[in-house]
Design a protein around this ligand. Structure first.
Ligand code: PMP
Length: 364
């Protein structure tokens, strides 16, 4: 079966060996006569899956014992509310505004009447095309929230701010497990699963134990302490998504871990950036110092040509290259499971397209 080169920003491409394993085990998981979807979340077989998933992610991200790993639902978007509810009630929460998702995190926190929201840096003045200088956060803040990778705009915070005793909170949805991070630098990390972890429906939260359990009267589903006390089994978790995530974690481990994956990601992104930097037809709209490895926007400078490119690319099996509706142009998302040869093929196609349309008339 021919696979598409899927550049989607999420839900995104999954590793073929993982899909094959899922297929192999679909009808009867480990001789149970049931698929994972049909197993009770309280069964021994599922408990083994979730505890293995936890120990694998702990190894991959070197998560210390004083951090909880939670397998939740509601997407990264629900964490925009859950984080301030758990960490900042009656306090101040500080934010760095580097893109559309940061903005949403800020606006959700602002809805909480007993949280004071402060934005200490922003790159909105230039369409979020760069990462701003981040000043020292005030000592009385409950946390500083950053978005490590801005999925829509294609920028990454390569230098983490020093926050002293103020916990650093990161929305890592689009580059978790794609680059090496020192987990101990963060008080809390969260990520929707549907880019580098597995299927949509699962949200990962990694949180330092001493930061939870302070907030009283939260809805149980939003209360990290309740979720931690119940080992993420307070209610029915997204069992199948957790199972696939476990297989993805094994796949990363077998490739040599996050360091090895990051090296491959640098190679993939390098192929595309090198081409963009030498092309006189396509260009990257992002500050070179802030470029993302996982989400790479590019434009021709002519929206009709952009539309024609996306259409012709699709016909050749390069799918989901249309940029986010808020920025236009194109975007290639190169997550962990995206193959190197797919980027090479894309660049070859881009070059052909450029030669066909350069200086010529366009009829679309
Ligand atoms: N934050 C970032 C950085 C994202 O890329 C996304 C999804 N594209 C979200 C948050 C929202 O995630 P979800 O759809 O899981 O709520």
């Amino acid at each position: 079966m021919k696979r598409a080169y899927n550049f989607s920003a999420g839900p995104a491409v999954l590793p073929v060996p993982v899909l094959e394993q899922v297929q192999k085990e679909l009808i009867s998981y480990k001789g149970s006569g049931m698929s994972v979807m049909e197993l009770s979340h309280r069964s021994a077989l599922f408990e083994e899956i979730i505890s293995e998933a936890e120990s694998l992610i702990r190894d991959l991200m070197k998560i210390p014992n004083n951090y909880k790993v939670l397998f939740l639902q509601g997407g990264a978007s629900l964490q925009f509310s859950a984080v301030p509810m758990n960490l900042a009630l009656g306090k101040k929460a500080s934010f760095v505004n580097t893109g559309s998702w940061s903005k949403k995190a800020i606006s959700e926190a602002k809805k909480l009447s007993n949280v004071e929201v402060e934005v200490i840096a922003s790159s909105e003045d230039k369409n979020f095309s760069y990462i701003p200088e981040i000043p020292t956060v005030s000592k009385d803040s409950a946390y500083l929230h950053i978005t490590t990778n801005n999925t829509i705009e294609g920028t990454t915070i390569w230098h983490l701010p020093e926050t002293g005793n103020v916990p650093l909170v990161a929305d890592m949805s689009s580059n978790i497990l794609a680059s090496v991070y020192d987990t101990q630098k963060f008080g809390l990390i969260y990520a929707g699963a549907q880019k580098n972890i597995g299927p949509a429906g699962l949200t990962l939260v990694i949180v330092r134990e001493d930061l939870i359990g302070e907030a009283d009267g939260l809805p149980s589903m939003l209360d990290y302490q309740v979720q931690a006390n119940n080992d993420s089994l307070y209610n029915t978790p997204p069992t199948f998504a957790i199972y696939v995530a476990k297989l993805v974690f094994e796949w990363i481990r077998d490739l040599g871990g996050v360091e090895a994956i990051e090296a491959i990601n640098r190679k993939k992104a390098g192929i595309l950036y090198d081409y963009l930097d030498t092309s006189d037809f396509f260009r990257s709209p992002v500050d070179p110092l802030s470029r993302s490895l996982t989400n790479i926007p590019f434009v021709t400078g002519n929206s009709e040509l952009d539309t024609a490119f996306v259409k012709e690319a699709e016909a050749k099996g390069f799918v989901n290259l249309k940029g986010h509706r808020s920025v236009g142009g194109m975007r290639a998302s190169l997550y962990n499971a995206f193959p190197v040869e797919g980027v090479e093929a894309l660049v070859t196609f881009m070059d052909e397209f450029a030669r066909t349309y350069k200086g010529g008339e366009i009829h679309v």
